[in-house]
Design a protein around this ligand. Sequence first.
Ligand code: ADP
Ligand code: MG
Length: 699
Amino acid sequence: MLSLSSRDVKFLPGVGPHRAEILEKELGIRSFRDMLYHFPYKYVDRSRIYRVGEIDGSMPYIQLKGQILSFETFGEGRQRRLVAHFSDGTGVADLVWFQGIKFIAGKYKCHEEYIVFGRPTVFGGRINIAHPDIDPADRMSLSSMGLRPYYNTTEKMKRMNFSSSAVEKLMENLFHVIDGETLEETLSPAILASHGLMSLSEALLNVHFPKNPELLRKARYRLKFEELFYIQLNILRYSRERRNRFGGIVFGKIGDKFNTFYSEYLPFSLTGAQKRVIREMRRDMGSGRQMNRLLQGDVGSGKTLVALMAMLIALDNGYQACMMAPTEILASQHYETLCRFLGGMDVRVELLTGSVRGRKREEILEGLVAGEVHILVGTHAVIEDNVVFASLGLAVIDEQHRFGVEQRARLWAKNRILPHVLVMTATPIPRTLAMTLYGDLDVSVIDELPPGRKPVTTVHRFDSMRASMYEFVRGQIRMGRQAYIVYPLIEESEKMDIKNLEDGYKIVCEVFPEYKISKVHGKMKPSEKDAEMRRFAQCDTQIMVATTVIEVGVNVPNASVMVIENAERFGLSQLHQLRGRVGRGADQSYCILMTGYKLSEETRKRIQIMVDTNDGFEIAEADMKLRGPGDIEGTQQSGVAFDLKIADLARDGQLLQYVREVAGKLIDDDPQAVRPENAVVWRQLAEIRKRNVDWSAIS
Ligand code: ADP
Ligand code: MG
């Protein structure tokens, strides 16, 4: 018997070469197995039949049983629509089609019993159901009495009448062709038994054609369990393998530099959260295994300082440290911050970016090899091949989502001893996602802002209130503050309604003739950008007109207003990052989100979340729920294909945590992967690794 993955879907009854092509192109379905794992996105209870007479305007999808009395067509060309007047004796509903009219008119007949399924709208006293599903009333199917599955189809498929119910029919055929026997179980008997899981074949049948909600729940649970279990097993195994291969440098002591800094140079006391994170890092770095820690903390929570203290521990143990940032502006800002903090201490800090050349560059490189440079701050330049450290003990990576996995890997490649790694991000990744993405990257959180910060006040304003917004900005500048005005795009794009930066800049210049105005965008040379940022930071200019290049890290505590134009065009995490540019000093700061009047439901929610909360984690969770995890910033760039078929990282966090423990325990019990009772599991893992080649890069 051929395995399901090697049986071409075109040989499934009802498919054939033409539909096979569509299935592959539109849904990525090639084999019988792909088809089986194309799960319904919802189910509708088909045990209840409504009457036309009871329909009101607020109903979800419903089912009616009756006859078509007559057909009518209206309009011409693209306006054309077909209406079937449908009745069950209690009233008339109009079934309406805008596409596939010829097909529909030929397929259904007047005065025959049909079951009609769709979502009714009530308009001027008339009931409409657009593009309903219609089946002969006598048709018996697997789903006719229970919950009926609904499958995602694309616009193109709908135009070809390849609808959800067509997919449903193919699915029935599939279950007739493969009898339960050929579905090989993918979890071990022990796991099935101890977690009360359904068998795979039962689960697959019930996820497509559930007899009742309880069976559906069990089926979905089993499939989610399996999906998350193998993801975790895979990551955990890779990370154990890695851990076995590389030990970690032991930072056994806390010495002079750390202690001197702490008692004599630190200008304020650490927050409780900062202290906790430093303790966590000390424990990691003293443990004999390589630290691999993700440090999450909202903008302004004081991550840089924490990183500095970790670097001092490295120095105290005779090692060097480096800190990498995604842009030159950020790198030089970190450099300045570190120099300021360390001013007077005997620590040599250098800055290495693409624009450091010639003699200066040579000096730095020589200092590194000789071990005389203690801390190197820089951009990607830091991991170029000609940059050689005497003994790199700790690498700090800021804003990880712009710093790809490959770049991290190069860091490993260039050191015989593996440095400890601290990844810092201000884009909080929900815990579930972090676990899935990073496996055994330990996570620390700074969940407390330094004292005295006032939360940024955020408001939403429509374009029509622009004049009063400008007045507000002027008021703040008169009080000695500065303002950012951010635009989404740099050039006139295909959409004419986007206010571009250049136009915006002109307007701002006209509105504020009395002030000096900076302009920064992504297409400027780094040196120009830096110069302009510096002017603003030194308060030579009062307003900074910019694109999102200022999104990360820039620190100008005197700036108290962040105006975001076309806020509807930004994602939540971007808005939050931008807002984080203000509220860095002791003054009350403001974020003004400007939008047009027409906003989609989702956009409205996004803006509302920004107005309601300053909490980055809440925002990240909300973002994940609104957009789904695949869209979270950082997941695309990290090269992980999130191809979850049934589990939902936004909702199944608890289950994820649970299966992670199950997977961890299995590895602990069977580290060599040889125990016969786990054979099924290891075989399945090998299969999965074959299917997704890229996992090794992640943890
Ligand atoms: P992040 O990198 O997390 O956005 P920073 O490290 O840039 O935050 O810190 C933001 C500002 O807060 C900096 O000016 C820093 O000096 C200051 N800061 C950090 N920790 C404290 C603290 N414990 N008390 C007071 N100010 C602090
Ligand atoms: Mg920072």
